[in-house]
Design a protein around this ligand. Structure first.
Ligand SMILES: Cc1cc2nc3c(=O)[nH]c(=O)nc-3n(C[C@H](O)[C@H](O)[C@H](O)COP(=O)(O)OP(=O)(O)OC[C@H]3O[C@@H](n4cnc5c(N)ncnc54)[C@H](O)[C@@H]3O)c2cc1C
Length: 142
């Protein structure tokens, strides 16, 4: 890492000298059912671990818990669990897709990076925020 940080403050370079970088593998759970139509259900990463580029994995686990609790308070597990999986999987898939897009955009190089920066510099902050309302403004059906 030292060559990439050669122009940086000596304190930063000294910190980098004290660490031994390693790989941190990231895994996804992309296939498989989350529940057994009866009495067993997975939520959060156990059901649908995703790449972190939309920063939403933990948020999805929290939404899962809230929505599952609501369903189980209204109906039997045998019908609540399949409904939970059906209702949540569409949102999870959409968030996963957004993460893949972010990964592409954040790591863009060359002309694509220049294009990305031009688009971002032309967009007003309100418009950028509004594009993400469906993520951050989500209101769970409970
Ligand atoms: C680099 C990175 C950045 C991220 N950034 C964000 C972010 O900004 N925002 C966001 O919302 N999400 C983010 N996430 C995703 C988030 O960390 C996960 O989606 C979230 O922690 C999943 O929560 P969980 O409770 O489902 O699973 P976990 O957090 O994995 O919890 C499962 C727990 O079960 C325990 N466990 C496992 N097996 C057993 C066993 N047999 N008995 C007892 N306990 C057991 C584990 O030790 C663990 O504590 C990020 C993830 C990564 C990797």
């Amino acid at each position: 890492m030292q060559p990439h940080f050669k122009g940086w403050h000596p304190g930063i370079r000294s910190l980098l000298g004290d660490i031994s970088p390693t790989f941190w593998p990231l895994y996804e759970a992309t296939e498989g059912r989350w529940q057994n139509d009866s009495d067993c259900v997975l939520i959060g990463d156990a059901a649908h671990a995703m790449m972190p580029f939309a920063a939403q994995g933990a948020a999805m686990a929290i939404e899962d818990a809230f929505e599952l609790a609501g369903l189980l308070s209204r109906e039997e597990a045998a019908s609540a669990l399949p409904r939970f999986e059906a209702e949540r999987s569409a949102r999870i898939a959409k968030i996963r897709k957004r993460g893949a897009f972010n990964r592409f955009a954040y790591h863009a190089r060359g002309p694509i990076r220049i294009g990305r920066d031009i688009v971002l510099s032309m967009k007003p902050p309100q418009s950028l925020a509004a594009d993400l309302d469906w993520i951050y403004g989500y209101r769970s059906p409970g």
